[in-house]
Design a protein around this ligand. Sequence first.
Ligand SMILES: O=C1O[C@H](COP(=O)(O)O)[C@@H](O)[C@H](O)[C@H]1O
Length: 346
Amino acid sequence: MIEKLLVGTYTHKNSEGLYELELDTDTKKLQNLTLVGRSGNPTYLVQSKANKVYAIDAESADGKKIGGLKAFDASTRPFTEIGKYLADGTSPAYVTVDEARQLVYTANYHMGVVTVYKIAADGTLTQTDQAQHTGNGPRPEQQDGPHPHFADLTPDNRIVVCDLGNDTVYVYDVTDAGKLTEVSRFSCEDGFGPRHIVFNPETDKAYLAGELSSKVSVLDYDRQTGSFSLDQTIKTIPDTWTEHNGAAAIRITSDHKYVYVSNRGFNSLATLAIQSDGSVKLIDQTPAEGDFPRDFNFNSDESFIVLVNQNTDNATLYSRDAASGKLTVVQKDVQVPEGVCVKFEY
Ligand SMILES: O=C1O[C@H](COP(=O)(O)O)[C@@H](O)[C@H](O)[C@H]1O
């Protein structure tokens, strides 16, 4: 069977935007890398059920940076651009679609804002709200101000935002019209650097990746109050690793047995087994087969993982044993320029 996936990239070197790759699950091979959409630094992307793709876009006008989103109709090859939503300043780091409310959320790391857009019937966007974060953290270089890195849905359809810059996880209510109201704030330990979060919607346990600390915290999400409390925190790298590491993507399997985290520095995928009480145990580290694995994702039945290494311009394909969680490298050195986001297509 052929499954298709989209790769978001930086366009600092040889990349020109958004790429499509095929995974042949019979031959266990990634193949046919194709440029499908031109965009500046499309570091994150999302495909809607209506087959539109919203990707980060960074451009410049009159020598100044402008950043935001590009919208594409993904039913053609290459994609057809249907809209561009740019504002002064640096581009966001994350984008997602809220299908139920027909909204799009972005988290802008550099500008410290969360932005909401309404999706029109033709897939184009209109901005409906923006929340400006404030504050900072103890690490002067990376926590000089607020840096929202992630904005996505909770299991009960609120919005959770991970702010790496001020060590805070925010929960917002959102109306169908796309207006935000803050519900709660969870403070991480100093210097944790919350980056991305995933949930088990059956237990309302949340697994929060800390980029700056190379840690995962297990949180309890309370639907009554829309707030988090802390259960457990563990490292995603060995205590003996003293060089730089930044935890990046975190993904949970649909059977809620395993969480995987990419380690940029200690170039690996950490496998965390979820115990019966929802806590996690670090059981394995599988080499990334490249440098700076910023993102990875599962194919449809989660028997494979595709990972992209930003600095070595390559993707690695793993087969995954669902029972043990074990990953086996089946292909490496697949050329993908400056890959930073991996999304399998519907
Ligand atoms: O993971 C990271 O993301 C931030 C935000 O990405 P950007 O493309 O919006 O700059 C990045 O600055 C940081 O270096 C990196 O570790």
